[in-house]
Design a protein around this ligand. Structure first.
Ligand code: ADP
Ligand code: MG
Length: 331
């Protein structure tokens, strides 16, 4: 089983940033409002993700580490409209098989938390506030072949930060901070999202913190719902700017999930070409809301790829939304 877990881990855990992605997914699924990521040596020595979410009951701590144990869906029907980031129950088992993993968690109303060390199975009481901390040490210590593929600490750190950035752009209502070697490297404060808060306004604040005030200043709000498909697209489309042209700052989200998808990027690109006749790589953050039954998120273990039931309709929705924004008169 150890071997099977390690083989499965190859699909989910490629580098420290993949661990960060999975742990932050879990924190968000637990309803966290504040997530703190602490790293040593680009995440290779230590990745610790601390949240203030619902916590894990003591008796479920060992279950959380088991393969295919998920508390998030019960049957295949539920997969059709899964609202959580996770649902496969693979990540923690995979991570624990290639690292020294420990979980520390405390529920509301309990006197203390509990700490479980994955390798030894030792469970003991420990102090903390409500929420969960996952500690992942010495990633790939038992699989040196994999460890050899890791790049410099600085590069791995950059990937870890990018992983948190993708989450942060999806959740302005959650605060994030990232520490490396004891130093605060990024901090994005939660944007209060009360009743009646304009979604694009809240988003603009987070985008400004994460991608820079100059991005927001040189970008246009996108908001369009397609009457025929019911697909809503919102976000911000940056104006092409040679100085800031970067191929890696196109952020696309489907129902709150960061995805890499050719249909989406092609649609955005063709909107830019049609309206601005520009061929540069503008920065954008586009968020699509679509009936969950029309998209399959269970395509790849990392869930970064999705499959649309009707990709033509998705392409149109994105293209029209971006075209509308770019073609609108500007001051
Ligand atoms: P999945 O997210 O697909 O359910 P994981 O392996 O990522 O699978 O996590 C296994 C289980 O552990 C989750 O279903 C959840 O019950 C629990 N869990 C993991 N991380 C947290 C957390 N930060 N807060 C609360 N529960 C958690
Ligand atoms: Mg998960």
């Amino acid at each position: 089983d150890e071997l099977i877990s390690q083989i499965a881990a190859g699909e989910v855990v490629e580098r420290p940033a993949s661990v960060v992605r999975e742990l932050v997914d879990n924190a968000l699924d637990a309803g966290a409002t504040q997530i703190t990521v602490r790293l040593l040596a680009g995440g290779v020595r230590l990745i610790s993700v601390e949240d203030d979410g619902c916590g894990i009951p003591r008796e479920e701590l060992p279950v959380a580490l088991r393969r295919h144990a998920t508390s998030k869906i019960r049957d295949l029907q539920e997969l059709e409209h899964v609202g959580t980031m996770g649902f496969r129950g693979e990540a923690l088992a995979a991570i624990a098989s290639v690292s020294e993993t420990a979980i520390l968690s405390r529920l509301d109303g309990e006197d203390n938390g509990w700490l479980l060390e994955a390798r030894s199975g030792e469970l003991r009481p420990a102090a903390r506030n409500r929420g969960t901390t996952l500690e992942v040490k010495e990633l790939f210590f038992s699989t040196p072949a994999r460890r050899k593929f890791l790049k410099s600490d600085a590069t791995e750190l950059a990937h870890c930060i990018e992983s948190v950035r993708r989450h942060a752009l999806a959740r302005p209502d959650v605060g994030f901070s990232i520490w490396h070697e004891g130093k605060l490297v990024e901090q994005w404060r939660a944007v209060p999202m009360g009743e009646g808060t304009d979604r694009n306004e809240a988003l603009a604040r987070r985008l400004s913190d994460v991608l820079g005030a100059d991005f927001v200043a040189s970008s246009i709000a996108v908001l369009r719902t397609s009457a025929s498909s019911g697909i809503t697209v919102y976000g911000r489309a940056g104006l092409p700017d040679a100085a800031r042209s970067r191929p890696d700052q196109q952020y696309c989200y489907v129902n709150g999930r960061f995805v890499r998808d050719k249909v989406l990027t092609h649609a955005a690109k063709s909107a830019y070409e049609d309206v601005l006749h520009g061929h540069k790589q503008p920065i954008y953050a586009l968020y699509m809301e679509i009936d969950p039954a029309r998209v399959d998120v269970n395509v790849h273990p990392t869930k970064i790829e999705v499959r649309f039931r009707d990709s033509r309709e998705v392409h149109q929705a994105i293209k029209h939304a971006v075209e509308d924004a770019l073609a609108a008169p500007r001051a």
